[in-house]
Design a protein around this ligand. Structure first.
Ligand code: NDP
Ligand SMILES: O=C1O[C@H](COP(=O)(O)O)[C@@H](O)[C@H](O)[C@H]1O
Length: 652
C-alpha cells in the first residue's frame, strides 16, 4: 500500500484546482515541483479537474516547456503524456499587471467549463522563485489573479529572510496581501517520511513517550551530512552559509517535533502551538559552544575547495560546516544537550537523529553501555534501538545489538513519497501541520540570529577541513565534549533480521573479528571461518614446530598466511594474528594512522555503524526501486548485493 492510500479521498473533497508554478523554468520546478505533481497524479491524488500552469519570464514553446518539465519525471511515456495534458505554460514578467491578467484567464477558462456546479475551487500559487521575487509576485497575484470567491494558497520556499529582522519584514509585507491561513511556508524536511513519523513514534507508543525526558535521556544529536560541496550554488550559499541553509530551518524543525509537548489534537494549529512553545524555551546558541568549518581541496586534490568556486568570494568566511549545542530550558529537557551538526563536502551522506539514554544505574553487569534510539532520515529510512543483550550461546558476556526497523526490509514494496509530493498534497488538502507558521519562524530566527551576526561581522574564522573528511578538528568528538555522548564501548553486533545468507558471513567479517576469536578459544580447534570468502571452517591452521612457522590457508578461496611461532603457540593464536594483520592492512589501505583509527574506533562507533548500515543496504533511491522493481534478474540482484557488501568492507 502506498503512503498516499492513507490520505483522504481528495478527489471528492476538492472539485477544482489550479496550480500555478511561478519560476517554472527553474531548477526547483524541474527537479521537484513537476515530478512531485506527477507522483500525485499517478497515485490518483490530484483533485479531478486539476490544471497546472507554469509561469516564468523565459520564452518557451510548448515542446520546450514539455521537455523541461518532464526531464526529471520517472514514469511511462503514456503516463507522462496524460499528466502533461493537465499542464500548460505562460511566459510573462513578474512586474507587469498585463502579464498577470493574462495569467488570470488560465484558471477562469477552466472555471467556465464547469461553471457553478463546483462546490469548492482552489488556486495554488507555488513560488518556485528566488526570494528576491517573492514580494513583487505576491503583490501582482493579489492585484490581478487573486479571487476571494475561491480558496487561495500561496506556497513559498525558504529562505524566509536572512535573520530575524528581515524575516519579520518579509512576513509583514506578505501579510498585506495574504492571510496567514493562506500562506504555506515550505520546509521540505517536514515532508520527509521519517520526520512525519516522529509524532507517531512518540505519541502512539507508550514506552517511548514515557522515557522521552531528562530522567532517561542523556543527550540528543541531529546530524546532517552531504558528501558534495556547493557545486554550482556557491553564489547562493556564500550569502547564507550552513547555519541558515540547514540548521535554522531543517534541523530546528526536526528538533521542535522531537522535543515538543504532546499537542491537544492533531489539528495543525495545535501542533504548531506546541512546536513554537518548545522553541521559546531555547536560548540563542553561542559561539563558545559552536564549531565552524570551511572545506578546502580534497587530500588527493581531485575535489575543489570552497574558495575555489568562482561564484564564492575568495576571502569568504562563510561556514560550510557547523556544530552547535541547543539547550531547552523546560522541565522535560533541562540538562539534555541537543547537538546539531551539519556539513557539506564531508565523507558521507546522512541525516540522522540519535537519542542516547542515560546509564543504567544498577551494577549487575560490568561494562554496561547506553541504549540509543536512532532515527535515520536519509539516505535510507531506519529506526533502531541499540539494546544490550546476552551474547548468544554458552557465553555469559553481554553485547550491544539492536531492535531494528529498516524500512528497506520491512516495507520493501512501499514507495516512500518525495517530501515535496507529500507537502503538495497537504497544500491541496489545506493542512498546515507540516508548514512553518510565522511565530515559529520568528523563534527559529531568534535562536540563530545573534551567532549569525557575529559570523557575518567577519571576525570568526572557520577551521579548514579537507573535502571528503569528517569536518574540522574537533568535529569528531564535539558531541562527546559538549553533549556528554558516551561511545558504545561494548562489542556491537548490528545484524539485521531477514538479511540473506550471503550477507551474514560478510557482516561478521570485520565487525566481529575479535568475537570470533573469543568464541573459538576453548575449542583448541585448527579449523576456522574464512575472513575472505566467509566459508565456515574452511581455514586450516598448521604449525611446523621445527621451523617455528605457522601456516593458515583456506581450502575454498586459497588465501594463505604465515607467521613465526613459539613453543606455546596454538592454532587459534595464528588465526588471531591473521585477523589482526587483516585489520592492520585495512587501516593502512584507508590511509589512517593507527592513532586516528583507534580514536575513530572508540569515538565514532556510532558513525561507523550507520555507515555500514547504509552500505549494506542499497545506494540511491532509484537503485532501491529498481532493485525491488519488476523484472529484475535475481542473479543480478545477488551480484549487486555482493558488490555493495564488498564496498562496505572496503570502506571499513
Ligand atoms: N533548487 C532546489 O533544489 C531548491 C530550491 N529551493 C528554493 O526554491 C526557490 C527556487 O529555487 P530554484 O528553482 O533553484 O531557483 P532558480 O534560480 O532556478 O530560479 C527559478 C526561476 O526564477 C526566475 N528567476 C531567476 N532569477 C530571478 C530573479 N533575480 N528575479 C526574478 N526571477 C528570477 C528564473 O525564471 P525566468 O527567468 O524564466 O523567469 C528561474 O528559472 C528558491 O527560493 C530556493 O531557495 C529550496 C529547496 C531546494
Ligand atoms: O534546503 C536544502 O536542503 C538540501 C538537502 O535536502 P535533502 O532533501 O537532500 O536532504 C541541501 O542540499 C541544500 O543545501 C539546502 O538548501
Amino acid at each position: 500500500m502506498s503512503a498516499f492510500d492513507q490520505s483522504p479521498g481528495l478527489s471528492e473533497t476538492q472539485e477544482f484546482t489550479t496550480i500555478i508554478v511561478f519560476g517554472a523554468s527553474g531548477d526547483l520546478a524541474r527537479k521537484k515541483t513537476f515530478p512531485s505533481l506527477f507522483q500525485l497524479f499517478r497515485s490518483n491524488l490530484l483533485p479531478r479537474r486539476t490544471r497546472i500552469v507554469g509561469y516564468a519570464r523565459t520564452v518557451m514553446t510548448h515542446d520546450q516547456f514539455y521537455s523541461k518539465a518532464t526531464s526529471n519525471i520517472k514514469g511511462s511515456s503514456a503516463e507522462i503524456t496524460e499528466f502533461m495534458k493537465l499542464c500548460s505554460y505562460i511566459s510573462g514578467s513578474y512586474n507587469q499587471n498585463e502579464d498577470f491578467l493574462r495569467l488570470r484567464k488560465a484558471p477562469h477558462k477552466v472555471d467556465y467549463v464547469v461553471g457553478s456546479k463546483i462546490s469548492r475551487r482552489l488556486r495554488v500559487y507555488y513560488m518556485a522563485l528566488p526570494p528576491s521575487a517573492f514580494l513583487m509576485v505576491s503583490e501582482k497575484i493579489k492585484t490581478n489573479v487573486y479571487d476571494d470567491k475561491v480558496d487561495n494558497h500561496l506556497v513559498i520556499e525558504k529562505p524566509f529572510g536572512f535573520d530575524q529582522e528581515t524575516s519579520r519584514e518579509l512576513n509583514s509585507h506578505l501579510s498585506v496581501y495574504f492571510k496567514e491561513s493562506e500562506i504555506f511556508r515550505t520546509d521540505h524536511y517536514l515532508g520527509k517520511e521519517m520526520v512525519k513519523n516522529i509524532m507517531v513514534l512518540r505519541f502512539a507508543n507508550t514506552f517511548y513517550e514515557a522515557s522521552w525526558n531528562n530522567k532517561f535521556i542523556s543527550n540528543v544529536q541531529l546530524t546532517f551530512r552531504e558528501p558534495f560541496g556547493t557545486e554550482g550554488r556557491g553564489g547562493y550559499f556564500d550569502q547564507f552559509g550552513i547555519i541558515r541553509d540547514v540548521m535554522q530551518n531543517h534541523l530546528l524543525q526536526v528538533l521542535s517535533v522531537l522535543a515538543m509537548e504532546p499537542p491537544k489534537s492533531l489539528d495543525a494549529e495545535h501542533i504548531r502551538d506546541r512546536k513554537t512553545e518548545v522553541l521559546k524555551h531555547i536560548p540563542p546558541v553561542v559561539l563558545e559552544e559552536t564549531l565552524l568549518g570551511q572545506y578546502t581541496k580534497s587530500t588527493d586534490g581531485t575535489k575543489p575547495g570552497y574558495l575555489d568556486d568562482e561564484t564564492v568570494n575568495p576571502n569568504s568566511n562563510t561556514p560550510t560546516f557547523a556544530a552547535t549545542v541547543l539547550h531547552i530550558n523546560n522541565d522535560r529537557w533541562r540538562g539534555v544537550p541537543f547537538i546539531m551538526k551539519a556539513g557539506k563536502a564531508v565523507e558521507s551522506a546522512k541525516v540522522v537523529i540519535r537519542i542516547q539514554f542515560k546509564d543504567e544505574s544498577n551494577n549487575l553487569f560490568p561494562k554496561l553501555a547506553r541504549n540509543e534510539l536512532v532515527i535515520q532520515i536519509s539516505p535510507k529510512e531506519n529506526i533502531y534501538l541499540k539494546t544490550v543483550v546476552k551474547e548468544p550461546g554458552l557465553s555469559s558476556d553481554i553485547i550491544m545489538t539492536d531492535l531494528d526497523l529498516s524500512y528497506i526490509h520491512r516495507f520493501s514494496d512501499v514507495l516512500i513519497p518525495d517530501a515535496y509530493a507529500s507537502l503538495l498534497l497537504d497544500v491541496i488538502g489545506s493542512d498546515h501541520s507540516n508548514f512553518v507558521r510565522e511565530d515559529e519562524l520568528d523563534e527559529a530566527w531568534r535562536i540563530f540570529t545573534p551567532i549569525l551576526k557575529r559570523i557575518d561581522e567577519g571576525n570568526v574564522k572557520p577551521l579548514p577541513y579537507a573535502y571528503g573528511t569528517r569536518g574540522p578538528q574537533g568535529a569528531s568528538d564535539f558531541h562527546i565534549k559538549f553533549g556528554g555522548y558516551k561511545p558504545t564501548g561494548l562489542a556491537y553486533d548490528w545484524s539485521q533480521p531477514g538479511t540473506s545468507e550471503l550477507e551474514k558471513p560478510m557482516r561478521t567479517k570485520l565487525k566481529s573479528a575479535k568475537k570470533v576469536v573469543k568464541r573459538l578459544k576453548p575449542k583448541l580447534d585448527t579449523l576456522f571461518d574464512c575472513l575472505f570468502c566467509n566459508h565456515e571452517k574452511s581455514v586450516n591452521v598448521s604449525i611446523d614446530r621445527n621451523s617455528k612457522i605457522g601456516t593458515l590457508s583456506c581450502k575454498v578461496c586459497q588465501v594463505n598466511y604465515q607467521t613465526v611461532t613459539n613453543n606455546l603457540s596454538v592454532a587459534i593464536d595464528i588465526y588471531s594474528e591473521w585477523i589482526d594483520a587483516c585489520e592492520e592492512a585495512k587501516k593502512q589501505e584507508s590511509g589512517n594512522t593507527l592513532a586516528e583509527y583507534e580514536r575513530e574506533s572508540e569515538q565514532q562507533d556510532s558513525d561507523r555503524e550507520d555507515y555500514q548500515r547504509e552500505n549494506i543496504q542499497e545506494g540511491s533511491e532509484e537503485e532501491r526501486y529498481d532493485y525491488f522493481g519488476e523484472g529484475t534478474d535475481s542473479d543480478n540482484d545477488q551480484r549487486t548485493k555482493r558488490s555493495r557488501l564488498q564496498d562496505s568492507d572496503d570502506d571499513e
